[in-house]
Design a protein around this ligand. Sequence first.
Ligand code: ASP
Length: 312
Amino acid sequence: MTITLAIHGGCGVLPRAQMTPELEREFRQSLRASLEAGWKILNAKGSALDAVEAAVVVMEESWVFNAGHGAVFNAGEGHELDAAIMDGETLAAGALCAARHTRNPIKVARAVMEKSDCLLFAGEGADAFAQANGFELVPQSYFSTDWRRKTLTEMRALMAAGEAGKRASEAQKHGTVGAVALDAKGNLAAATSTGGFTNKPVGRVGDSPIIGAGTYADNATCAVSATGRGEYFIRKVLAYDIAARMKYRGESLDAACDALIHKELMETTWRGGAGLVAVDRAGTVVMPYNTEGMYRGMVSASTPLQVAIYDN
Ligand code: ASP
């Protein structure tokens, strides 16, 4: 067993031709900072839960990822944030959806898990829970960036021309951040946080806060955090299906993830971008995706910290 942390910043990567050296540096630095924050905890024998939360907070604070500050705009020209965290030891979980003022949704998801006897808070109730538990609330403008505003305008123009399906890039469409970890006690955890997809209808909730869809952890099998069009992940109960394949069919983590990302999802009418990071109870990491790339990284007791964006 090897203590391990793996993260993703979404499979909605910029097309290689649009990636400038400055932006690439920014993405890589943010991924690195996220891994370092989680690894500091894991390496000091801290818990997988603390590690995934810390790693996700760094990406929520970074403007380059679609979570927290830098989240995409919805159709109401605002932001609604979804997040979930799950403890593989106890199967306890906490989640928020359509939060509008919670600065760090993943911290609040953790509090939902530990301080309430509920699992998922939505909208105004999510922000009220955050405030009642001492978390920072921010105006909507805190999440907004010029980059995402420009993307909303571009996406609307493509939609008006009936060309969004063909011409919108994965980066214009969506993104998410997530982390999975195995700690020294053999406990697994997963965390995911997202702004959803650009121009999503107000009130739309994706897979990230739905336990078993975009986020899942069970010490018996694996921890999973997914990225891609949430509606299909919810239908496929994607993250849980990976765990179930391992549990009931004895599939390896790699085989189970490969089946979902490269076969099951491809057999739906949808052919959109999808990816995930997952770790099993031995510390094996897989990071499959079907797009041009996925912002991602990992570090373990036996593998030095590494980050990547495109195939390599
Ligand atoms: N899964 C996210 C959602 O559907 C989006 C993404 O990961 O790109 O809300």
